[in-house]
Design a binder for this molecule. Structure first.
Ligand code: PGA
Length: 262
């Protein structure tokens, strides 16, 4: 049984003070009645703040059911890499996850598959669980290339890694045309692609290993539609941008998923 994981990706939003405010509010919701127990059992909760707010968020949520993740890393322990942050540093500040290969980093920052492969390896080496993002453009979807393209992204990012990667890997399927646009893939469309990603994992690592990997959907997920995705057999969570910036709407999504899985 895969435990669903709801992750808020804050992108370049929130100062450390705002992150602390969000954390306090989320924890106060969690402490209500039996919700902490319910959520701990049913859903894994993750927030990925920007680097500058990550230590404050991790400190405020230490020892609770809320985990912290980075949004990126540079694949070296330390060194002359101006402006970059290492997996060791993320870990030391309390991160347990890290997003790798978000489409904004691929498209705006020009990250290549080779670099992402190094990043996945670095995350694993330093004990961070990678959330590997894959997803097609609207043109690729229209040409019917979605599955082949996303499977290719998986193959490139996971190149050289053995089946043990399936113990910690999370994959996020995020069609680029659905990110921040209000236009989401239907749960059926997302399920179809995600099932093909799992099939690739099964062909590569074996069915038992593939069955362990949690695959999230991302792209305009909100309180009104999150349960529709999570009801699909291969969708194990969501990577949430805009709707994860307010504690109240993140909380609504957590409750919707916990109710579905109860
Ligand atoms: P969105 O972003 O929920 O605002 O569409 C998702 C993401 O980029 O991870």
């Amino acid at each position: 049984m895969r435990k669903p994981i709801l992750a808020a990706n804050w992108k370049m939003y929130k100062t450390a003070a705002e992150a602390k405010e969000f954390a306090d509010q989320l924890l106060s919701y969690l402490q209500e009645q039996s919700s902490q127990y319910l959520l701990q059992e049913q859903v894994e909760i993750l927030v990925c703040p920007p680097f500058t707010a990550l230590p404050a968020f991790a400190a405020a949520t230490k020892g609770t059911a809320v985990a912290t993740g980075g949004q990126n890393l540079y694949p070296r322990k330390e060194g002359a890499f101006t402006g970059e942050v290492s997996p060791l540093m993320l870990k030391a500040e309390g991160a347990s996850y890290v997003i790798i290969g978000h489409s904004e980093r691929r498209q705006i920052l020009g990250e290549t598959d080779e670099l992402l492969n190094e990043k996945i390896k670095a995350a694993l080496e330093y004990g961070l669980k990678p959330i590997l993002c894959v997803g097609e453009t609207l043109e690729q979807r229209r040409r019917g290339e979605t599955a082949a393209f996303c499977r290719g992204q998986l193959a490139a990012a996971l190149s050289g890694l053995g089946p043990e990667v399936c113990d910690t890997l999370v994959v996020a399927y995020e069609p680029i045309w659905a990110i921040g646009t209000g236009e989401s893939a239907s749960p059926q469309d997302a399920q179809e692609t995600i099932a093909l990603l799992r099939q690739w994992l099964a062909e590569t690592y074996g069915p038992d290993e593939a069955a362990k990997v949690r695959i999230q959907y991302g792209g305009s997920v909100k309180p009104e539609n999150v349960a529709g995705y999570l009801a699909m057999p291969d969708i194990d969570g969501a990577l949430i941008g805009g709707a994860g910036l307010q504690a109240a709407s993140f909380w609504q999504m957590l409750q919707a998923v916990a109710a579905l899985k109860a």
